[in-house]
Design a protein around this ligand. Sequence first.
Ligand SMILES: Cc1ncc(COP(=O)(O)O)c(C=O)c1O
Length: 482
Amino acid sequence: MSDKPDHPVIGWEKETAVPNNHQFNRYLHVQNGHLHMEGLDLAQFFLDEAPQGFEKTMPSPLEIVYLPLIRQQIQKMNQVFSDVIAELDYTGEFHYTYASKANAAEEVIRTTLGAGANHEMSSTVDVDIARIMIERGLLTPDRMIVCNGFKGPKSLYAANLLQLRLLHENLIPVIEDLEEISLFLSSGQPFDVGLRQKSYGHNETLAEIDKANSRFGLNTDDMWKAAAYVAAAPNLTLKMYHYMVGSQLTNIPDFISSLKPGIELFARLRQRYPSLSIFNFGGGMPVAMTLDFDFDYHEFVRQLLTALQEACQRYNVPVPDVMGEFGRYTTSEHGAHLFKIITVKENGSKLPWYIIDGSIMSSFPDSWALSEHFIVLPLNHLDKPFQQVQLGGITCDSDDVYPPKPSHSPLYLPVEADELYIGFFSIGAYQEMLGGVKGSKHCVLPEAYELIIDQEGDGRFQFQILHGQTPDDVLRNLGYAV
Ligand SMILES: Cc1ncc(COP(=O)(O)O)c(C=O)c1O
């Protein structure tokens, strides 16, 4: 019998204190009753103890942006590919690409580029971000910019891409629809081009995929037409085949079997169009959002490259370079959101309500919209007894609760709730972008302060504080003259 829990593990699941030095995952461990993120005591930001030289006490709630974890994720994946490429004598290269839709904050893009990632985008403002990063010398000429998203010939996005191409040669528009080709063709500018196959979901044949209800990409017939059209154009070069099958795909056999029809079609296209040199499997790479996560990245990459080798051998074509567009994988773990428990209320409920000084649903929209689970742990009092509880946000919304509805995951927090702080972890991908930055939020709650943390070469932490919204900011935003 498997000892794998039958629910996502979101925190400590016992009534006893957490043992000193307990390691929850790669980056969270306990020391002297406090939770540490790598070497950093998180409770110090609120309590007057400052064990690591952070001299201010910060207001709660507080968003933590911990940049070293982004670099580690990129290095880890590059290492996995490099190991498997050597193991299999795979003759193509791997191109790590950051899918910026997961989190487009300046410090995130600066960090992914600094770690050597290529850049993926999906809309017209993304083009402005890329331009800023090129001007700052961070998005260097060697990096590919992969342009997904709808870019019809009359769109601002497409027009902006033509301008960006003047600054950056290594720009690859990925065609979603046949009508998108004409603008790039008539521009006369040389473009490497990608073609996106309609492919979302678990489908094991191209016939099934062609019938899938998806608005993305080209069906198989249109894929052949687009390839012929691009290959015949004097200024366009067919370079990339894009085939994405989903998000947070934790089952390796399913992930690989879903990719196989695309791998097969890639090899057939490659026979006819030798310039086609990159197989891009898009997003989908899973990451730990709970404590029970288990995924063998090495095994996934081994099966992916093996499948590419086998198909390419059958069609007698060279293996391609491989690209992944890593959104959630790159940025999930670097983000945490810290709150104070402001009151405990029994209210005749089976479990006591621990009320936080912020909103769960507007800070992590996926928890109420998709019943997504995230890790929740106390920052202090970990050396004291725990009890099972439920969390409530400070809004007046009955959906502002955690664990999400419906969930079988128990949530335990310390019984001692005086000056108790907690953190939501692995919330760095999509949550902030979906919840909005600096807008007006549910129940007019002002946005939290943000603490951006990085590490210098000698291991010392660097801190940058971004101010949260004041009540006046919120009022002005809603049209009140204050
Ligand atoms: C085209 C494309 N690439 C990459 C991604 C990133 O996916 P993930 O966050 O699963 O890595 C997405 C997400 O929607 C996408 O639409």
